[in-house]
Design a binder for this molecule. Structure first.
Ligand SMILES: O=C1C[C@@](O)(C(=O)O)C[C@@H](O)[C@@H]1O
Length: 252
């Protein structure tokens, strides 16, 4: 039995990979304007990339915007992510501000899932995981390498350590410099999905890695990020192209 995580109305880890679409608006007006076309495209989940949002460091502004977004999304599952600059995000924050922002997301009660970056201080990461679980929020723990693709064993080890830190889902995004790097990511995905007790999300970024965003059901990644409008990382495929490809590659 493959591990499955339920998030709102989604079962992650079962069947075809689910499709997430990022919202990267800077203002509340831009964020809310993105909702209509995204809903029309019918993704499975929306990712709010709050590192793009101008008001992210003010708790009240963040929470008020989060509640408006939540209401606008209806029953669509929401993942909230602050991606730090060092991992490919828009904004630099001190570690303590990063954890404050994430805690403000949780006390705002608007999100179904929270992205927590693995490579911050262990005690702080574990405390945030506990806070998320107490609030019934799914933890998607993450690590991004925008320069290279680590060795297969290293990718598996990082995903394994995320599960050891309490992740409900472990996520790894890497940059390929060669076709062999894409194969490394796919092999690591297949290995980790067999050894871990939780579902995983992986992707090889950029054009070379696009194939990894299509083939999750075969290799073991439960979610693929697609675009409706702006992309939030290199290599993301338009949702209208991704969905039929995932259906085509579906395992009977
Ligand atoms: O972790 C990820 C994956 C991602 O980096 C991608 O490559 O699709 C896009 C990010 O918005 C998201 O938080």
């Amino acid at each position: 039995m493959q591990p499955v995580v339920n998030c709102r109305n989604l079962s992650l880890g079962m069947g075809r990979p689910k499709i997430a679409v990022p919202i990267t608006g800077k203002t509340l007006a831009e964020i809310l304007a993105a909702v209509k076309p995204i809903k029309a495209a019918q993704p499975d989940l929306v990712e709010w990339r709050i590192d793009y949002f101008d008001g992210v460091t003010d708790a009240e502004t963040l929470q008020a915007a989060g509640r408006k977004l939540r209401a606008a999304l209806g029953d669509l599952a929401l993942l909230t992510t602050f991606r730090t600059k060092g991992e490919g995000g828009e904004r630099t924050l001190s570690d303590s501000d990063y954890f404050k922002v994430c805690a403000n997301v949780l006390t705002g009660h608007f999100t179904d899932a929270l992205d927590i970056e693995r490579y911050h201080a262990e005690a702080a990461v574990k405390q945030l995981v506990a806070q998320a679980h107490a609030a019934n929020v799914i933890v998607i723990m993450s690590n991004h390498d925008f320069d290279k693709t680590p060795a297969q064993a290293e990718i598996v080890q990082r995903l394994t350590s995320m599960v050891a830190f309490g992740a409900d889902i472990a996520k790894m995004a890497v940059m390929p410099q060669s076709v062999a790097d894409v194969l490394t990511l796919l092999a690591a995905t297949n290995e980790a999905r067999q050894s871990l007790s939780q579902p995983i999300i992986t992707m090889s970024m950029g054009d070379l890695g696009k194939v990894s965003r299509l083939a999750g059901e075969v290799f073991g990644s439960c979610l693929s990020f697609a675009t409706v409008g702006a992309a939030s990382a290199p290599g993301q495929i338009a949702l209208d192209h991704l969905r039929p490809a995932l259906e085509t590659l579906k395992l009977k």
